[in-house]
Design a binder for this molecule. Structure first.
Ligand code: NAD
Ligand code: TDX
Length: 336
């Protein structure tokens, strides 16, 4: 893909990773046009985008990726060269309570976007997927990692819906020749993460001297990546990735939930007595661990933010942006 003033349609850009991606792209490629499409569900927050709303290269449109007519009209009006699909229902606990909306948005919504991409023509459809499509790894086998060739083996309705979308993306590539790429990233953390996810929930509860609910014994392992590193990896895939390929993204940073919770309490100078062990998540995945060798060797990507720095920056961000999380927890239904 040569240098060109690309028009990129970013779906789910009012959410956590999508908004960080919008910021990254406007900064890194100031000549690109970014069209941000988001339905503003409970997880989407327009105030997140306030600093870029007046940027002439940026346009926000409130649309639902399940709405075929609306999506068709968006493609007619904006002619995107590239689509990056972040839009999704993303919280595992919600998928266990109410799977239906996950199937609608994550599977049907993705197919609606790909139908429009096929009809109007795009040079790339990029699907933002997750390491959860591989299922989990045992805690006592640190030698095992998820590779791009690891079979899909999902646990929750959320991960099953994301894996279904991945299969559809591959089907559109093989059947219709749609130029696609898929990235599967490990757990992200950083600014603007909705406070139902582990790290922001624990920071905010600790600040409010509320109990910190740790599922089971807290020994489940996640592989954490600073959100900016994820955004840089997607940018690279758009420009240098090969059609039809899948790229795992992760930084070899495995941690137990309980250790993250204790670290947050320590940084905030709060007592460990705030920790409350609660009933385990149904079907709780034990361990995720990404092998990022392919994106490293083929696209020269490496994570830049070490966890010690990233968690510090993240805690500082929540400390200085209380307005954001107060507003988002007031206006949107969440579990805290
Ligand atoms: P998020 O829940 O913070 O944001 C999702 C955004 O999508 C919200 O702004 C929401 O309003 C929007 N949205 C939801 N349904 C929509 C619809 N029908 N039409 C249009 N917009 C809709 O999620 P996130 O954590 O930023 O995750 C973004 C993507 O990255 C998801 O596809 C997720 O599966 C994937 N992912 C997330 C992580 C992680 O750790 N958070 C890791 C790997 C992959
Ligand atoms: O209150 C909690 N207590 C707790 O112990 C919450 C919310 C979570 N947990 C545990 C469950 C997990 O083992 O912490 C771990 C992380 O939980 P989440 O933040 O809900 O993330 P996870 O289930 O790992 O999924 C995340 O990573 C992959 C994102 O939400 C997904 O969108 C992404 O695909």
């Amino acid at each position: 893909m040569g240098r060109k003033q690309l028009r990129i349609l970013v779906t789910g850009g009012a959410g956590f990773i999508g908004s960080n991606f919008v910021f990254h792209m406007l900064k890194k490629h100031p000549d690109y046009h970014i069209i941000c499409l988001d339905a503003l569900t409970y997880a989407g927050n327009l105030s997140t985008l306030k600093d870029v709303m007046d940027n002439p290269q940026f346009k926000f449109i409130r649309r639902d990726i399940r709405d075929r007519n609306a999506i068709d009209a968006v493609f007619t009006e904006y002619h995107p060269d590239i689509v990056v699909n972040f839009a999704a229902e993303s919280h595992v606990d919600r998928s266990i309570e109410n799977p239906g909306i996950f199937l609608e948005t994550n599977i049907i919504g993705t197919s609606v976007l790909m139908d429009a991409s096929k009809k109007y023509g795009v040079s790339r459809f990029h699907q933002v997927s997750t390491d959860e499509v591989y299922g989990d790894l045992p805690l006592d086998r640190p030698d095992l990692l998820f590779k791009e060739t690891t079979p899909l083996h999902t646990s929750s309705p959320y991960s099953a819906s994301k894996a279904s979308a991945d299969l559809l993306v591959q089907a559109y590539h093989r059947t219709y020749g749609l130029p696609v790429t898929i990235s599967r990233c490990s757990n992200n953390y950083g600014p603007y993460q909705f406070p139902e996810k582990l790290i922001p929930l624990m920071i905010i509860n600790a600040l409010n001297d509320k109990k910190l609910p740790v599922y089971g014994k807290g020994i489940n392992v996640r592989d954490w990546l600073y959100v900016e590193d994820h955004c840089k990896a997607i940018d690279l895939i758009l420009h240098k990735g090969k059609d039809g390929e899948i790229y795992n993204i992760g930084g070899h940073n495995e941690m137990r939930n309980i250790d993250i919770v204790k670290l947050i309490l320590k940084k905030l100078n709060k007592p460990e007595s705030l920790i409350e062990f609660v009933a385990d998540r149904k079907g709780h995945d034990q361990r995720y661990a990404i092998d990022p060798e392919k994106i490293h060797t083929e696209l020269d990507w490496l994570p830049e933010t070490m966890f010690a720095d990233g968690i510090e920056k993240t805690i500082d961000w929540y400390l200085s942006n209380e307005d954001w999380w107060q507003e988002t927890t007031r206006t949107n239904y969440i579990f805290i």
